[in-house]
Every structure is written in structure tokens, then in C-alpha cells.
Design a protein around this ligand. Structure first.
Ligand SMILES: C[S@@+](CC[C@H](N)C(=O)[O-])C[C@H]1O[C@@H](n2cnc3c(N)ncnc32)[C@H](O)[C@@H]1O
Length: 219
């Protein structure tokens, strides 16, 4: 039995990405424009292999109603929306008008804008304002790491049975196992990971894709 996951050199990572579906012009332009407009925000977008995984998972799970926490300039929301059926919906939550104004343009260009509702404001408030009933088939979490545990507690009751949560950055660039790193965003991820392990409402796996992508299914 294999007891480890392969470490990826930059060369192996490039090879891995090249074996997946190619990034189309819309996503490539979005990456380029985001880097040009917001160079200080390097590394915020999910990677190409995570994007394709997200589209596939959305489509394969038959998800119709999706919520995203942390939209930025729209890469992950585009990938989610592309996995939705014609009558699918995506509720996108973020605090930044500036960043999401880029997302809006790309949603239009990709012809998925009619599926997406953007709600600006702290995501925890936006979630708490929703009815506490099963509304979503899939949730994607990629905002402030200190908030992950609170997002989790608001999301699980709002997921349909069999619903899925995807959470990004759950390896915190390897810092989750460095006990000397007590910064709030790292501890937020540790707390989130531990909460899921203790939560018998779900079955979860932490996948070593990108910076760690946790996939959880509501039982
Ligand atoms: C890592 S980026 C998201 C990247 C995005 N998923 C993508 O693939 O392009 C994190 C986003 O979370 C948003 N954010 C941070 N704190 C937030 C909060 N309390 N409520 C809502 N959004 C928040 C930021 O404005 C930022 O756009």
C-alpha cells in the first residue's frame, strides 16, 4: 500500500497541469488581468487543476444550487458556474467591490452571469441572513481562514443531504504541522480541520491538491 503522496517538484506540477483540461482564453485572460491589476494579491486564485476539479465535481455531483465564500476576481466562481446545469444558481459572497467588479465582467464574457448572484458584505452575516434550511448542494470556501469554523457551522445546516463542502488552503502551505506557527490564519485552518474530524454529520478527505483542498459530504 502506498503510504505517502508524491511531492511535486515544479516540473512535476507543470506536467500534472498539462495532463488536465487546458485553461481556456477566458480563464487565461482573467489570470493575466488579475496579475496586472492586483499584483499585491498574487496567489489568491485557485490553480488550474483545482479549477477543473471544481467544475467536474459540480457537474458530476449534479449540484444545482451552490454558494461560494470568497470570490475575489472570479476564477473559482467561473469554474463552479461552468459545472452547473442551465437552471443552476451560484450565490457568490465577498467583501470587495473592487475585486468582484472584475469577476462580474468575466461572468458576462463566459455567459454564466445569469446564474450568479453576488452579495457584498462579511460572508458570515450573509450566511446567517439565509434561512436555516437545506438550500445548497455544494459550498466552496476560500475566504479569511480565521472564519472557516464559523462558515462551517452556518453551512452544514444549509446543505442538502449528500451536499458537498470544498474548502481551500487546508494545508496552509504546510504550516498546519508546524506547532511554532501560531498565527491566526494558520490556527484557523487547524481548528477547521479538527472540527471536521470531530463532526459525525459529514465524511471528509483532505486532498493534497494545490494548498490542500478538503472535500466533505453531508451524510
Ligand atoms: C483567496 S481569495 C478568493 C479567491 C477565489 N476563490 C478565486 O479562486 O479567485 C479570498 C477572498 O475572500 C474575501 N474575503 C475575505 N474576508 C471575507 C469576509 N469576511 N467575508 C467575505 N469575503 C471575504 C476577499 O475579499 C477575497 O476576495
Amino acid at each position: 500500500m502506498t503510504r505517502t503522496t508524491e511531492s511535486l517538484t515544479p516540473e512535476l506540477y507543470d506536467y500534472l497541469v498539462a495532463q488536465g483540461a487546458p485553461v481556456d482564453d477566458v480563464l487565461a485572460d482573467l489570470v493575466e488581468e488579475t496579475a496586472r491589476l492586483f499584483p499585491e494579491s498574487k496567489g489568491m486564485q485557485i490553480g488550474p487543476e483545482q479549477g477543473t476539479f471544481t467544475t467536474l465535481l459540480t457537474r458530476m455531483s449534479g449540484a444545482r444550487d451552490v454558494v461560494e465564500i470568497g470570490t475575489f476576481t472570479g476564477y473559482s466562481s467561473l469554474c463552479l458556474a461552468r459545472g452547473l446545469p442551465d437552471d443552476g444558481t451560484l450565490l457568490a459572497l465577498d467583501v470587495s467591490e473592487e475585486w468582484t467588479s472584475v469577476a462580474r465582467r468575466y461572468w458576462e464574457r463566459a455567459k454564466v452571469a445569469d446564474k450568479i448572484t453576488l452579495r457584498l458584505g462579511p460572508a458570515l452575516e450573509s450566511l446567517r441572513a439565509l434561512p436555516e434550511e437545506p438550500l445548497f448542494d455544494l459550498a466552496f470556501v476560500d475566504a479569511d481562514k480565521e472564519g472557516y469554523v464559523d462558515y462551517w457551522e452556518e453551512l452544514v445546516p444549509r446543505l442538502r443531504p449528500g451536499g458537498i463542502v470544498l474548502a481551500d488552503n487546508t494545508l496552509s502551505h504546510g504550516r498546519v504541522v508546524d506547532a511554532s506557527d501560531t498565527r491566526a490564519h494558520v490556527q484557523g485552518i487547524r481548528d477547521f480541520n479538527a472540527r471536521l474530524v470531530a463532526d459525525d454529520r459529514v465524511t471528509q478527505v483532505l486532498l493534497p491538491i494545490g494548498d490542500g483542498l478538503t472535500l466533505a459530504r453531508k451524510n
